[in-house]
Ligand binder design. Structure first.
Ligand code: HEM
Length: 412
C-alpha cells in the first residue's frame, strides 16, 4: 500500500465496509487528483444531486442500451481486431499477441459510445484516442502509481486538452445542435444518440459555476465515464484469462466449458471478486459516527476501505477464499463479486455492462456483458497463455494489474 493509505484508519471487515458505503453520513473522499478531474461528477456528487444525476443517466445502462453497445459496438470491434491479427500467423500456424493492449483497443469504441465521443473510427483515430485515454486514466489513478503525482496530473491535463480539442468538443457541438433541432421539432428523439453527452445536453446540464478556472464540468463528467470504463475492464479480462488457463490445467474436464457463457459468467464473477480496480476506496465521515461494530469515526476523518481483503473473508465466501473457484457457492445475501463494484448509492454505474444481466443473454439482446463476451470470443479462437512468454505483473503502480499477458491463438 502507498504511504498515504497507511496514514489513514483502514477498514478490512466486509460488514463494516458495506455499512460505511451504504451510510448517508459518509461521503466520497480520496486523493486530490481525483477531485481535479472528477469534482461534481456522479462519483463525487452526494444527496439529491447524486440521485438526480443517477436518474438522468439511468437510460444509458438500460438493457436495450447494453444490447446496442454489445452487439453494435463491441462484437464488430472484437471480430475486426481478431481478423486483423490473422495475418500475423507464425511458422507454427498460431498467432501471438499481447492481451492487455488488445483488450484495451477493443473497449475504446464501447466507452466512446457510452460517453458520446464521435470519430473513434479509423485505426489511426482509435490509436490516438487510446493513447490520450491511457494518459488520462494514469492521472486520475495517480494515487496508485509510483510516479510523482504532479507530473501525472500535468500529463493528464494535457491529454484531456487534446481529447477535448480533437474529439470531445466536436462531439458536444454536434449534440448541442441536435438538441436545438429536437427542441424545435425538426428531429425526433429517434435521431438523437443515446449517450452521456447527449443526455447532458438535453438536461441543459453542461456548465457549472467555476468552470472558467478549472477543468469544465462537462469534460470532468466525460473523464469519469472514460476513465472508469476502459482501464478497469481491460485489467479484468486478462485476470480472467490467466485464472481460466490455470484452472483448465488442473481441471481439464472443463476445457469444453471455456466457450460456455454460463461457465464464463461464473468464472468472471469469481475473478472480479479476487481482483479490484483499485486497492481501496475512501470515505469521509460528515459527523461523529459509531459503526455497529463499535468502531468510532470522527467527523471529518477519512477512512480507507480495503475491499481486496474484505473480498477474501471466509465468513462470507467460504473455505479457501484466496483460491479461484468458478464453482464457489454464491455467498448468502451478497453479490458473487463481493465489493468489487462497491455497494450502496455509489455502486458502479457500469457493472451491468461489465457482467451482463443474469440468465437473460441471447443473441438479439446480447446481455452477456463485456467480460464474458470478450472471453468467449477469445476462447472461440483457441486463446491460451503463451507458454514461452509468461504474464508480467504491473510494476509502475501498486495496482493488481498486468503490464503484459502474452497469448497464443490456435484457431484464428
Ligand atoms: C471491471 C470493471 C469495473 C470495475 C471493477 C468498476 C468498479 C467500480 C467501483 C468499485 C465503483 C465505486 C467506487 C466507490 O464506491 O468509491 C465504481 C463506480 C463507478 N463506475 Fe465502475 N467499474 C468498472 C467498470 C465500469 C464501466 C464499464 C463503467 C461505464 C460507464 C463504469 C462507470 C462507473 C461510474 C460512473 C461510477 C460512479 C458511480 C456513482 O458514484 O454513483 N464502471 N466502479
Amino acid at each position: 500500500m502507498p504511504a498515504f493509505v497507511d496514514a489513514l484508519a483502514q477498514i478490512t471487515s466486509y460488514k463494516e465496509i458495506e455499512e460505511v458505503m451504504r451510510s448517508a453520513d459518509f461521503h466520497q473522499s480520496g486523493a486530490p487528483e481525483r477531485r481535479i478531474f472528477f469534482a461534481d461528477t456522479l462519483i463525487f456528487a452526494e444527496g439529491d444531486r447524486h440521485a438526480e444525476l443517477k436518474a438522468r443517466f439511468r437510460s444509458l445502462m438500460s438493457r436495450e442500451a447494453m444490447a446496442y453497445y454489445e452487439v453494435r459496438l463491441l462484437e464488430p470491434v472484437i471480430e475486426e481486431g481478431l481478423a486483423s491479427l490473422a495475418g500475423s500467423r507464425g511458422a507454427d500456424g498460431c498467432v501471438r499477441v499481447e492481451l492487455v493492449s488488445l483488450v484495451r483497443t477493443m473497449l475504446h469504441k464501447i466507452s466512446a459510445g457510452v460517453t458520446g465521443v464521435d470519430g473513434v473510427d479509423t485505426p489511426e483515430r482509435t490509436e490516438r484516442f487510446a493513447a490520450l485515454i491511457t494518459q488520462l486514466s494514469e492521472a486520475v489513478s495517480g494515487q496508485w502509481t509510483r510516479r510523482p503525482t504532479e507530473e501525472l496530473i500535468a500529463e493528464g491535463r494535457r491529454a484531456l486538452d487534446d481529447l477535448v480539442r480533437e474529439y470531445l468538443r466536436p462531439s458536444l457541438d454536434r449534440r448541442l445542435a441536435l438538441g436545438r433541432a429536437f427542441a424545435k421539432g425538426e428531429v425526433t428523439s429517434d435521431a438523437l444518440p443515446r449517450d452521456l453527452l447527449m443526455t447532458m445536453c438535453l438536461a441543459d446540464d453542461i456548465d457549472l459555476t467555476g468552470d472558467d478556472i478549472r477543468i469544465p464540468y462537462v469534460w470532468r463528467q466525460c473523464s469519469l465515464f472514460l476513465g472508469a470504463s476502459i482501464h478497469t475492464t481491460s485489467q479484468s479480462v486478462p485476470h480472467l484469462i490467466v485464472h481460466l488457463d490455470e484452472w483448465i490445467r488442473d481441471h481439464p474436464e472443463d476445457r469444453s466449458r471455456l466457450t460456455d457463457p454460463a461457465f464464463l459468467r461464473q468464472a468472471a464473477m469469481e475473478s472480479l471478486r479476487l481482483h479490484q480496480s483499485s486497492l481501496a476506496k475512501f470515505r469521509v465521515a460528515t459527523k461523529d459516527i459509531r459503526l455497529s461494530s463499535g468502531r468510532h469515526v470522527a467527523a471529518g476523518e477519512t477512512v480507507a476501505l480495503l475491499t481486496t481483503l474484505a473480498n477474501r473473508d471466509p465468513a462470507v465466501f467460504g473455505d479457501d477464499p484466496d483460491a479461484f473457484d468458478p464453482y464457489r457457492p454464491r455467498p448468502a445475501g451478497q453479490m458473487p463479486w463481493g465489493l468489487t463494484f462497491g455497494s450502496g448509492r455509489h455502486m458502479c454505474f457500469g457493472s451491468n455492462l461489465v457482467i451482463g444481466v443474469a440468465g437473460k443473454a441471447d443473441a438479439k439482446m446480447g446481455t452477456d456483458g463485456t467480460l464474458v463476451k470478450i472471453a468467449k470470443m477469445l476462447f472461440d479462437h483457441g486463446c491460451r497463455l503463451d507458454p514461452d512468454d509468461r504474464p508480467v505483473a504491473a510494476t509502475k503502480t501498486y495496482l493488481d494489474a498486468f503490464d503484459r499477458v502474452p497469448v497464443v491463438f490456435d484457431r484464428l
